[in-house]
Design a protein around this ligand. Structure first.
Ligand code: TGC
Ligand code: FAD
Length: 392
């Protein structure tokens, strides 16, 4: 890949809305991505391998549990710092941000919020330092948008539970040390449990041949009469609202992350358009290319404002799930549109690994589907404003 020359756009001087701490955290993540992610990410994506060399760096910039209290090894930051870290990481690659999102919001968050003190002490510090990597098993082969229909189940055997079923499309599954898994008990109530690598009957085959998120490992979780000790059940919340609560936190991070991918595509296209000469002039001097670039910066700026406001509401404990859905849906679609337009600005060069744009575009095809599809988030907004669920 070409040298990383990224310069972040801030068209409405939004840095003025950030605290000194926000800027310090953001800039540390930005520098780390430039130094440690940009030089290796294209090869990792081309080779379809997760770059394990970045795990300790992710922990050092606070990407594993940014808002988890320091007593559990987290960074103890606010929601805007969390968002800014996700933005910077996804500026590098959505797959790397996926690893951080899953670790923080889908593994550490449920253990912190729904676990007991012994579970917090046992798992959170190791997850925060990157000694343990985690994954989150909600989606099943026959239940994606409709996780409430899941068939993975636990049976009470007296001194332990027996877990049976399968999860599919699980980020980090192939190497995760621990999995937070959602399964129905004999009464049909959804419970969260911690499954550890090495438990008999538990396997995690990798999913191959993805065209998207190639630097992130995806796999299945297969449970064949896995004995789960009773102390591995998350005791403090059950029902579908428990996994959906984790998704709120991850979707919020994705709303910020998508801005990072969009900023990288815009910045690359702007620089290229000013340098590339056709018909004796830089292509940036043609109105059609200016239209693309002007619309990109307009959409990025709108997304930045939306997300900053959402961060303020999250810090005050006032953001609703539906507000988060709106931001996730809007910002990912915005980033995908910008990636497609930016790719065109680069002409043939846009399809090569010399530039990050095509990789972002392919990655965003997963981001627009996972954590609730574009359609599902629209229906969540529809439900919120009409009071009528149109899912079923
Ligand atoms: P519904 O009847 O609406 O709700 C069931 C219960 O859940 C509560 N609830 C929420 N709680 C917290 N946060 C939310 N966002 C919530 N949404 C709903 C709700 O109040 C109710 O509680 P209670 O106490 O009354 O039981 O459920 P439904 O079956 O009709 O489904 C609604 C729907 C479709 C919106 C929901 O199931 C959904 O969001 N589907 C999308 C599934 C999804 O997003 N899966 C993501 C899997 S994980 C992933 O993709 C990780 S990608 C890796 C990475 O991040 O990098
Ligand atoms: P489906 O639910 O089958 O949907 C197919 C299409 O139908 C979509 O366009 C959808 O919008 C539409 N549709 C569905 N229901 C409705 C409706 N009621 N009204 C209108 N349209 C509808 N899951 C995890 O649990 N953990 C993970 O770590 C994880 N990581 C992932 C990583 C990757 C790379 C990918 C691609 C997915 C990952 N997922 C993970 C799964 C992801 O959350 C699901 O793919 C997603 O929720 C959609 O489910 P589905 O793919 O089964 O699509």
């Amino acid at each position: 890949m070409s040298k990383d020359l990224f310069q972040a756009p801030d068209y409405y001087q939004l840095d003025d809305l950030l605290s000194e701490e926000h800027i310090l955290v953001r800039d540390a993540a930005r520098e780390w991505v430039k130094r440690e992610v940009s030089p290796i990410i294209e090869k990792a994506a081309q080779d379809a391998t997760f770059p394990t060399s970045i795990i300790s760096g992710l922990a050092e910039i606070g990407a594993f549990g940014p808002y988890i209290p320091e007593e559990y090894g987290g960074a103890g930051l606010d929601q805007i710092s969390y968002g800014l870290i996700m933005q910077e990481i996804e500026r590098g690659d959505s797959g790397v941000r996926s690893t951080a999102s899953v670790q923080s919001s889908l593994v550490m968050y449920p253990i912190w919020k729904y676990g007991n003190e012994a579970q917090r002490q046992k798992y959170l510090p190791k997850l925060a330092s990157g000694e343990f990597l985690g994954c989150f098993g909600l989606t099943e082969p026959d239940h994606g948008s409709n996780p409430g229909g899941m068939v993975t189940n636990i049976k009470d055997m007296g001194d332990h539970y027996l877990l049976n079923g399968a999860k599919m499309w699980i980020s980090n599954a192939p190497f995760a040390d621990v999995a937070v898994v959602w399964a129905k008990n004999e009464e049909g109530r959804i419970k969260g449990l911690i499954v550890e690598r090495g438990m008999e009957g538990f396997s995690t085959p990798e999913t191959h041949n993805k065209w998207s998120l190639r630097a992130s490992a995806t796999g299945e979780l297969i449970f064949d009469n896995v004995k789960i000790p009773k102390e591995n059940i998350l005791p403090n919340k059950d029902g579908l609202g428990a996994p959906l609560g984790c998704l709120d936190s991850a979707r919020y991070g994705i709303a910020w992350g998508a801005i990072g991918a969009a900023m990288d595509c815009y910045d690359t296209a702007l620089r290229y358009a000013k340098e590339r000469i056709q018909f004796g002039k830089p292509i940036a001097s043609f109105q059609l290319q200016q239209k693309k670039l002007a619309e990109m910066i307009t959409e990025i700026t709108k997304a930045q404002l939306l997300t900053w406001r959402l961060g303020v509401l999250r810090n005050e404990g006032r953001a609703t799930s539906a507000q988060i859905s709106m931001a996730k849906r809007n910002n990912v679609a915005m980033a995908l549109d910008i990636a497609r337009e930016a790719r065109q600005v680069l002409g043939a060069m846009g399809i090569t690994g010399e530039y990050s744009i095509m990789r972002h575009m392919m990655n965003l095809e997963s981001v627009v589907t996972y954590e609730g599809t574009h359609d599902i988030h629209l229906l969540i907004t529809g439900l919120d404003i009409t009071g009528i669920p149109a899912f079923k």
